[in-house]
Design a protein around this ligand. Structure first.
Ligand code: ADP
Ligand code: MG
Length: 651
């Protein structure tokens, strides 16, 4: 080995650059953080070829005074901290004082900068970290920095760059995160001469989300604003209905700095627990504000990981914030009637010859009777092409030909009288209706008056649930205050049982000791999973004993579970535990409850009596319970107003 020598400056900087400057995206991140720290209100990022050939960042921040410019490019030079104690309370995004020097050491940098106090700005050019030129320049207040030919002097590192597309996507990701963490700054991102993003900088997080991800997500967000033990959690979370397949839209910020936080992700999951479908993930844009001395941001060179002094407080704050927001901000899904096609008919109907009127009526009946075709009532689904619909459209065309003045009629859209038809026409329609679908028209009879304990207990008279019937042996129809509610009886019942099990009400609802215990043979792995988690099974009322050799004995089951379903339930739980060995105990226990409640609940299509329906419909009164354990909605609402609008009673 050769003699130990001190490295010269440029070698030191190059090695330091390895930590900070990994790829164009990391350069953009450091430079944007500098622009933000400089108090800018408007920042433009421009890249060419994924940032390999050019990165240009222009801001309107405080600028760097002429006498500080050289120092800014020296390593460990920073204006942001000066004493060791400052490290305990870092309020700026940057503080390590090595970004500019590191970037300059592996590229060609040009900077134009001017403070408000100076008459002239400074232009400086560096190559491989050495200043080659520094002079006066006429320029606006703020800083423009141009980084060209990144890694031109470190070819080994250049080789690790991915395709231009991959690099520029990585840059876009960074710009997105910073734009989200600073909605008060207007960001513009230009990618190979095309504007890829522009945020308004109006200070509203929702506007930033909309610029980045579009209206659909922005419209499905709930505000979060929650204080807990000196922490403030604020921002936006997605409604459970707008969940995604991955965590990629889970954004956390700490005092305005984008961070990756396992504590945050776990707390978010906990907050959404039982509100979201298994395997789906919520989106969030949440800022955690806390005193700077409660967190160490100096644990990672890229500063994306942080260490909280008190993890569990952060966990609880996020969890409670999410739960509270979901309770307030989410509501039951509401159906919207598709007005477009209906209006066509309503407006058209009174003006036509008897023959045409007849065709319209026929078409309406045809459209209405095909059961799989009731799309005009389904939430947001487009009406499908059906023979009846094609017919309606043909008629509409005829109408326009037959009555040239139709254009004049449409805009007035006065309230129309109910559709009338001659008695004999009606008879024909009824005939037709009956002939073609005798079974379908059998009305789903409401319960007989004497069997109706219809008002389920209600906290307020106004919000009573009054059961009026059941459709398709699956959906309970109920008046709910001023709305019409459809309750999915399986989903609601499943949740009802789940809640009971969770509350440990297993004793109330009873455990059934099996006089004739069930022997269950299992494959080796599943057998082990059951034996190892025996206590969890017992806690949920499934008392299992190890019988050795791949066999367990099931001695008791929760009484809501049918005996014939018991074996399948145990097998299902065993498989699930096996596939997710690392999960925590409470999660496993929840699965056991899920399986039991899903198996025990009435199924869609099962016959139920009115008392059972009333019991299930009670779930609708639990305002904050809206989803079954798998995350499907328990009930959807059609508002009275919507119905009345549709019947032309109100405009
Ligand atoms: P750090 O951000 O950790 O302090 P940098 O190397 O990124 O270190 O920047 C060094 C210094 O240069 C900063 O402390 C700041 O004073 C100044 N600086 C860098 N970029 C800008 C900018 N866009 N506007 C104003 N000042 C800047
Ligand atoms: Mg910096």
């Amino acid at each position: 080995m050769s003699k130990i020598k001190l490295m010269d400056k440029s070698l030191r900087d190059m090695i330091a650059a390895g930590e900070v400057v990994e790829r164009p995206a990391s350069v953009v991140k450091e430079l944007l953080e500098n622009s933000i720290d400089a108090g800018s209100t408007s920042i433009t990022v421009e890249i060419q070829n994924g940032g390999r050939t050019l990165i240009r960042i222009t801001d309107n921040g405080c600028g760097i005074a002429r006498e500080d410019v050289t120092l800014a490019f020296t390593s460990h030079a920073t204006s942001k901290i000066s004493t060791e104690s400052d490290l305990d309370s870092i309020a700026t995004l940057g503080f390590r004082g090595e970004a500019l020097s590191s970037i300059a050491s592996v590229s060609r940098v040009a900077m134009l900068t001017k403070t408000a106090d100076e008459q002239f700005g400074t232009s400086v050019n560096l190559e491989g970290g050495e200043i080659i030129e520094i002079e006066d320049a006429g320029c606006p207040n703020g800083t423009t920095i141009i980084v060209r030919d990144i890694f031109f002097n470190t070819p080994a590192r250049m080789k690790f760059l991915k395709s231009d597309l991959a690099e520029s996507n990585a840059v876009a990701g960074i710009v997105d995160k910073l734009a989200l963490s600073h909605p008060e700054i207007s960001f513009k991102f230009i990618r190979d001469n095309k504007t890829a993003l522009q945020t308004s900088g109006d200070g509203k997080l929702k506007s930033a989300v909309m610029s980045l991800y579009g209206r659909e997500l922005a419209d499905n967000l709930i505000e979060v604003d929650y204080s807990y033990n000196g922490l403030k959690i604020s921002g936006l979370i997605s409604k459970p209905i707008a969940s995604r397949k991955s965590r990629s839209m889970q954004n956390f910020f700490l005092n305005g700095r984008y961070i990756k936080t396992k504590t945050g992700y776990a707390a978010l999951d906990e907050g959404y627990k039982n509100s979201i479908m298994v395997g789906r993930y919520p989106s969030c844009f949440l800022n955690i504000s806390m005193p700077h001395d409660m967190v160490d941001v100096n644990v990672h060179p890229a500063k994306t990981e942080v260490r909280f002094v008190n993890e569990s407080t952060v966990f609880d704050a996020v969890r409670f914030a999410v739960k509270t927001a979901l309770g307030k901000g989410d509501s039951r899904p509401t159906m919207q009637i598709n007005h477009k096609d209906k209006n066509l008919l309503r407006k058209a109907e009174p003006e036509f010859s008897p023959m045409l009127q007849q065709r319209i009526n026929d078409a309406i009946f045809k459209e209405n009777k095909s059961a799989d075709n009731r799309t005009s009532l389904s939430p947001n689904l487009p009406i499908r092409e059906t023979p009846a619909k094609v017919e309606i459209e043909k008629i509409a065309e005829t109408i326009i030909i037959e009555n040239k003045e139709i254009e004049d009629i449409i805009p007035t859209a006065k309230p129309q009288p109910p559709m009338t038809a001659e008695p004999d026409e009606m008879a024909t329609h009824r005939e037709l209706y009956r002939r073609e679908s005798d079974e379908e028209i059998k009305p789903n009879l409401p319960p007989k008056p004497e069997e109706i304990p219809i008002f389920v207990d209600s906290p307020t008279e106004h919000k009573a649930v009054k059961i009026i019937g059941e459709a398709f042996d699956t959906y309970i129809l109920a008046e709910y205050g001023k709305d019409l509610m459809l309750i999915d009886k399986h989903a609601a019942h499943e949740r009802l049982i789940f809640e009971k099990l969770k509350k440990g009400n297993i004793d109330d609802s009873g455990v059934q000791i099996l006089l004739d215990p069930i022997r269950i043979n299992l494959p080796k792995d599943e057998y082990n999973a059951v034996v190892e988690n025996r206590e969890l099974f017992c806690e949920a009322g499934l008392e299992v004993d190890d019988f050795g050799d791949g066999t367990v004995i099931l001695r008791s089951i929760p009484s809501m579970l049918l005996k014939e379903d018991a074996e399948d339930t145990v097998v299902e739980i065993a498989a699930r535990i096996l596939n997710n060995k690392k999960e925590i105990t409470t999660e496993k226990l929840d699965w056991i409850y899920h399986s039991i409640s899903c198996r025990s609940a009435v199924k869609g299509g099962d016959k139920s009596n009115i008392d059972e329906l009333a019991e299930i419909a009670k779930m609708a009164l639990e305002e904050d319970i809206r989803y079954c354990p798998h995350g499907r909605p328990i009930a959807i609402i059609l508002t009275k107003a919507e119905i009345e609008r549709e019947f032309g009673r109100i405009q």
